[in-house]
Design a protein around this ligand. Structure first.
Ligand code: PLP
Length: 388
């Protein structure tokens, strides 16, 4: 065996990593090894909702470590996971539901599909154009990225992707054989695309009529990102299954599948499991993250900052001929360009602002929810320069 050229070469080449080597973080900034500070509008891809080095997360980790319990497995009861489950289902289903914990967004959606199949007794899944639900065999089948899917086919069979917002197409696709309809109430990876509340309500009715489970994937748009704890609250539509991950445990890996009572009733011991899910360390941190984000004052501040950011981006769009449209809600925004977004993202990085793509032509902005207005202002000014 020959020695690898550098340590980085030992990482499997499935990512194209760019830019500096980061060694620390503080607030809304990442700090490179030479001390350069980067304003971070990426937040670990919508994960670091409380930014870097937040005292709530620090203290929760230290408190959890003090117990000596990082992990016990799913064989035994521990308190933090039980508290977290109760608080999540209280907020999502008015306490008429249950939670299953896993370790990522894709895993949460894979679990959601299994639960929907068991509850409905059916097998097929309907998803929408622009969707992203993960990279495993079922979640990838429901993801509208043929380039991601093709090398790994055959994926899960019986998955249809229909045009987002097209009621007639949805009504044709959802049949008596459909186990689940899955949708992001605000699409992330697919270009930061808003979904009409009326479309979500239409899907709710359709699922009820045909006996399918309605799954809302709030892995990216959930937990305060759009200015309410769950994005679906703004549409006034409650799903049967709600999946969460990204920001849930403040940067530690954790996913959750929240199910209504009627779906929960179909599940029994042995139906699903994961060794690490909902362990005491991650659950202790998640509980504190949840309580911080769910604070009405915190959410009101996200909405206010989001409204301000939306206005500033609209103004920027009006002055930048390369920008086609801006769209978003809360602190989740997309700037669609008439050309590829990657060069603008590189130009922003040279000016020490981190932003990312959402599809080839869209610049995505998902800063920490704790970001200050001065930092937002600074970032928008850099973006204007990068677009010029
Ligand atoms: N669902 C949505 C809406 C996402 O944005 C993502 C990741 O970007 C996933 C699922 C997959 O999550 P993970 O990367 O944790 O598997």
């Amino acid at each position: 065996m020959t020695a690898v050229q550098s340590d980085a070469a030992a990482l499997l080449g499935v990512y194209s990593r760019v830019g500096p080597l980061f060694v620390a973080g503080e607030g809304a900034e990442l700090i490179a090894e030479d001390g350069t500070r980067y304003l971070d509008f990426v937040a670990g891809i919508a994960v670091n909702a409380l930014g870097y080095n937040h005292p709530v997360i620090r203290q929760a980790i230290l408190r959890a470590l003090d117990t000596g319990l990082v992990h016990t497995s799913n064989l035994y009861r521990t308190e933090p996971g039980e508290h977290l489950a109760a608080e999540l289902v209280a907020r999502a289903f008015n306490s008429h539901g249950q939670a299953f914990f896993c370790n990522s967004g894709a895993e949460a959606n894979e679990g959601a599909f299994k639960f929907a199949r068991k509850w409905s007794g059916k097998t097929e899944i309907v998803a929408f154009s622009g969707s992203f639900h993960g990279r495993l065999f079922a979640s990838l089948a429901a993801t509208d990225r043929p380039d991601y899917r093709r090398p790994f086919e055959p994926l899960l069979a019986g998955v249809q992707i229909v045009p987002l917002g097209d009621r007639a197409a949805a009504a044709r696709a959802v049949t008596g054989a459909t186990a689940a309809v899955i949708i992001e109430p605000l699409q992330g990876e697919g270009g930061v695309r808003l979904v009409e509340p009326e479309f979500l309500a239409f899907l709710r009715e359709l699922c009820d009529e045909r006996g399918a489970a309605l799954i809302f994937d709030e892995v990216q748009c959930g937990l305060g990102r759009t200015g309410t704890l769950f994005a679906c609250e703004q549409a006034g539509v409650t799903p049967d299954v709600l999946t969460l991950a990204k920001p849930l445990a403040g940067g530690l890996p954790m996913g959750a599948v929240l199910v209504s009572d009627r779906v929960a009733a179909a599940l029994a011991p042995g139906d699903h499991a994961t060794t690490f899910g909902g362990g005491p360390l991650v659950a202790t941190v998640a509980l504190e993250v949840l309580r911080t984000i769910a604070d009405p004052d915190f959410l009101a501040e996200v909405r206010a900052k989001g409204a301000w950011l939306g206005e500033r981006l609209a103004r920027l769009a009006a002055q930048a001929p390369r920008v086609r449209v801006v769209r978003g809600r809360g602190l989740m925004w997309g700037i669609e360009l008439a050309e590829p977004a990657a060069p603008v993202i590189a130009a922003a990085r040279e000016r020490r602002l981190l932003v990312l793509t959402a599809g080839p032509n869209v610049i995505r902005i998902v800063p920490p929810l704790t970001i200050g207005r001065d930092d937002l202002e600074r970032g928008v000014a850099v973006l204007a320069e990068a677009l010029a």
